[in-house]
Design a protein around this ligand. Sequence first.
Ligand code: MG
Length: 367
Amino acid sequence: MKITAIKAWQVDLPLREGRYSWSNGNFVEVFDSTVVAVETDEGITGYGECCPLGSAYLPAYAAGVRAGLAELGPKLIGCDPLALGELNRRMDSVLRGHAYVKAPIDVACWDILGKASGLPVYQLLGGAAQADVALYRAITQAPAEAMASNIALYRAEGYTKFQLKVGGDADDDIARIRACRAMLEPRDVLVADANTGWTLHEAVRVAAAVADLDVYIEQPCATYAECLSVRRRTMRPFVLDEVIDGVETLLRAIGDQSMDVINLKISKVGGLTRARLLRDICVSAGVAMTIEDTWGGDIVTASIAHLARSTPAEFCFSATDFNSYGTVSIASGAPARVDGRMTASDVPGLGVVPSFNVLGAPVLMIA
Ligand code: MG
């Protein structure tokens, strides 16, 4: 099989809540997502999607996905989409870095592999380790009382895991964590995600001030060294996210025992091929994962569901149903949340069909 064409569509994904805010004053009101189709000489087409969390979260931005695809795409025409290892080596040899640009192509080729073999992607990633996967809800940064009422709202919808967007003023963040934990039942999971927003002394202050609470601390500071320093001074379970971007950083962090959980984002690491590798290393090392992406719509949510469903429950800390955060559906067949959980389709491939009436005309056509 050979890749004959690569197409891309730009689509706006407005938020139900109107705005998503996190550390350092960052926010997004309309997400800019890119849907990718990889076409083949055997009539099978695969789909992927990449949606950065704005431009200030990781070294990634929405227009960069399309610029990168225009650069990379022509060099992939004629490649075998079923040979995913070779395809990834090809992508890495013609474009250094830019993992997020490669992710939607890699995911689309997993969709092709599933359609060609008649198997759902979760089967190809190791098989159904879970019938369905537990989801967390991200709680946008706001005053403590507003975040606590938001938690109550989403708890009523069936979520039992919550990730607070902190990383603001340390005293405000302590109040946020206390108010939100007070809303929850003992078995509910609470994560305080600072998204690199605290300085060292602020992170240590917050961690000490909530030491009596059942709360996880996620990515307190910008650098790995700072996070490790905080980790060594708190007894709270610890999550690393932004600084774990590949095998090298993951192995170092495992060696240093610098976290209990990582946040594995498919586009951050370059697609499902790399995400599966990191997932398998984590399972071997006893590190649990939140399996998700930077953001996205129905196609991103489907790829998350397949990776999460093929991950053992005890290592699948949580996953994200991004398609329930927005007001626009871009594909049929995507996972739908039921009681705070979702599952991956049993249809061959990812199980999603893009809604071309929503996507409009392609913004990029490479053949
Ligand atoms: Mg995070």
